[in-house]
Design a protein around this ligand. Structure first.
Ligand SMILES: [Fe+2]
Length: 312
């Protein structure tokens, strides 16, 4: 797979062992927001929610905070607000900062994503590049971060345990025995109890016994479930949050999917101004923005995972 948008540049890769290090931050509650995709209304809503969190806390943006914000002022606004918190680079920021030849959008899309989607993603990236500023700062963002919450070591990544644009924490991969085996090996190599990821744009919560879990938040700035209009963030804390859509216990912490119920009407208006009908983002994402993807909470937990995780 070498066509633009399909490849995974070497600079995106790292060894899981790199995460076997001292934690860079510790808190009682950790919020992880991947896939904001340039939605300023989701960002406002998320910051409001986070400000209400009690006790020692941290908020980390784990990549792809830009995407639909292909307008100079909006791009700057998102950049400034997000970079006032710890942040990782996603493939979008990596490609803005130092485009790899033929990487396109840098998504490293697997074969189950169709060619039209890949081509439109590359077109969106070209428009975003034209307004991007501060790209050297984006290039300097790390690809992973380690946090300590209660007794749990948290590995925050954008893709998976080996690549910024990896798909190993997708439902498709984790529903296979090989995928779960590879995940167990990654937990061992990284000395991590909970991986928090994003990238695949659809949420997953999978436990591995009582002590390990993968929490993929899907998207903070787009709907994640059929018929719903809220984004999702991952919250990992020593105590539960009432609004969580679902959660799992892992060691002494709660791993939860918390809804970001942003102003949909305002976002839809802003999106249509930026990306009118016929534009690549409209063709790829408008239906999802309005009605959600064809994905359910049951799929995020998946049949064989359902008895391991619980809905509150
Ligand atoms: Fe991504």
């Amino acid at each position: 797979m070498t066509s633009p948008g399909r490849s995974c540049p070497l600079s995106y890769r790292y060894a899981p062992e790199e995460l076997a290090r001292e934690p860079q931050l510790a808190a009682d509650s950790l919020w992880i927001a991947g896939g904001l995709y340039g939605n300023p209304f989701a960002l406002d809503c998320l910051i409001d929610l986070y400000e209400r969190e009690r006790g020692p806390k941290a908020l980390v943006f784990n990549g792809d905070f830009h995407w639909f914000d292909a307008q100079t002022d909006l791009f700057q606004q998102i950049n400034q607000e997000v970079l006032s918190f710890p942040a990782l680079r996603g493939n979008i920021e990596a490609e803005l900062a130092g485009p790899e030849r033929d990487a396109g959008c840098g998504c490293a899309y697997p074969e189950w994503v169709d060619d039209g989607t890949v081509e439109r993603s590359n077109a969106i990236m070209e428009r975003l590049r034209a307004v991007a500023r501060d790209t050297r700062r984006l290039a300097a963002l790390p690809m992973h971060l380690v946090a300590q919450i209660g007794a749990a070591r948290i590995g925050i990544v954008h893709g998976d345990a080996g690549s910024l644009a990896g798909w190993a924490f997708s439902r498709e991969t984790l529903s296979t025995a090989e995928g779960r085996l590879a995940a167990r090996e990654a937990f061992d190599a990284a000395h991590i109890d909970v991986f928090a990821s994003s990238h695949t744009c659809l949420p997953v919560l999978q436990r591995f016994g009582d002590a390990r879990a993968i929490a993929n938040n899907g998207s903070a700035g787009m709907p994640n479930f059929r018929g719903e209009r809220y984004g999702l963030v991952t919250r990992i804390s020593t105590f539960p949050e009432r609004s969580a859509i679902y959660r799992a216990r892992c060691k002494d912490v709660y791993v939860e999917a918390v809804p970001v119920r942003y102003d949909h009407e305002a976002w839809e208006r802003a999106f249509l101004e930026l990306w009118p009908p016929g534009s690549p983002a409209h063709r790829s994402y408008y239906e999802r923005i309005r009605n959600g993807p064809s994905y359910t909470v049951g799929q995020a937990l998946s049949d064989e995972l359902l008895d391991e995780a619980t809905t509150p």
